[in-house]
Design a protein around this ligand. Structure first.
Ligand SMILES: Nc1ncnc2c1ncn2[C@@H]1O[C@H](COP(=O)(O)OP(=O)(O)OP(=O)(O)O)[C@@H](O)[C@H]1O
Ligand SMILES: [Mg+2]
Length: 274
């Protein structure tokens, strides 16, 4: 049974999609079968792993998206397409905005994705779900379908802001919709080693969350922001860059943690700071 991980933080622009794309490719590089589910109508994860040329082609223009799956017009298998060796994509499209509205009146509206993934997940080692910057029905579906949540946090002044509402949401989901949902961990993103604030925020987050913070830290890197416009992960765009190293390290850490039983994470924490 694959591990289903939702990548969520209702704060915008903290590195959710960048983490989804690069973690997915790094896991696939480890020869793990990965399904990347793009649940964000912005579709940045979709365009980030699919080259633009392909996207503008007639084949893609008519292809179905997670919208069709969520409203029951298609099976997951109809929309999933291979994008790399070991990596599969369940694409988003702008029509996904409508899914939020249409889901609202459906019975069991929070469990649609969970029902879809319950059998499909066994075909993969990891299912990563990229979510939009809100706690709406799309994100809720991701959290109900997932075994764990991975939370990217930008190393900026207001990093901790909004985290309490995410933690509150996880608790509510725990008590009502998905008792098994765990916090996979927090990932510090856009860390700038020359900036004192970055160090302060990282320290504060570690003080608050201890072993729940991944040892691997994602640096601020131009390479990371450039790679999606080429339809490439940073591992392919510049495999030797600091960003590529950091996502490879994060993938290894995630695999290590997933193999551990709950509560044993703390001892395995390294001190690798960048
Ligand atoms: N480590 C990084 N270094 C430099 N730029 C980054 C890094 N991570 C992300 N970015 C850039 O910051 C912007 C926001 O990142 P990203 O899209 O991953 O965030 P997000 O949380 O998915 O945003 P949204 O909430 O809109 O979905 C993008 O332009 C991305 O290229
Ligand atoms: Mg995003």
């Amino acid at each position: 049974m694959g591990r289903v991980v939702a990548i969520a933080n209702q704060k915008g622009g903290v590195g959710k999609t960048t983490t989804a794309i690069n973690l997915a490719v790094a896991l696939a590089d480890l020869k793990l079968r990965v399904l990347l589910v793009d649940l964000d109508p912005q579709g940045n994860a979709t365009s980030g792993v699919d080259s633009r040329r392909e996207l503008s082609g007639p084949k893609i223009a008519h292809s179905r998206t997670m919208y069709d799956v969520l409203i029951g017009q298609a099976q997951l298998i109809d929309v999933v397409r291979p994008v790399r060796h070991f990596l599969f994509l369940a694409p988003s499209g702008t029509d996904l905005v409508g899914a939020e509205v249409e889901l609202a009146t459906m019975e069991g509206r929070e469990r649609v994705l969970a029902a879809t993934l319950s059998s499909a997940a066994q075909n993969y080692n990891y299912v990563l779900i990229d979510t939009p910057p809100s706690l709406g029905l799309l994100t809720l579906n991701a959290l109900v379908a997932a075994q764990s949540v991975l939370v990217p946090m930008q190393c900026e002044y207001y990093a901790l802001e909004g985290l309490s509402s995410l933690v509150g949401t996880i608790r509510r989901i725990n008590s009502a919709l998905n008792p098994g949902l765990k916090l996979e961990g927090l990932v510090l993103t856009m860390f700038d080693g020359r900036n004192r604030l970055s160090h302060e925020v990282a320290r504060e987050v570690r003080e608050h969350f201890g072993a729940q913070v991944f040892a691997s830290v994602i640096p601020r890197s131009v390479r990371l922001s450039e790679s999606p416009s080429h339809g490439l992960s940073v591992l392919e765009y510049d495999g030797k860059s600091a960003g590529a190293h950091s996502y490879r390290a994060l993938a290894r850490e995630l695999v290590q943690r997933s193999g551990l039983s709950a509560g044993h994470d703390a001892q395995k924490e390294g001190n690798e700071r960048e």
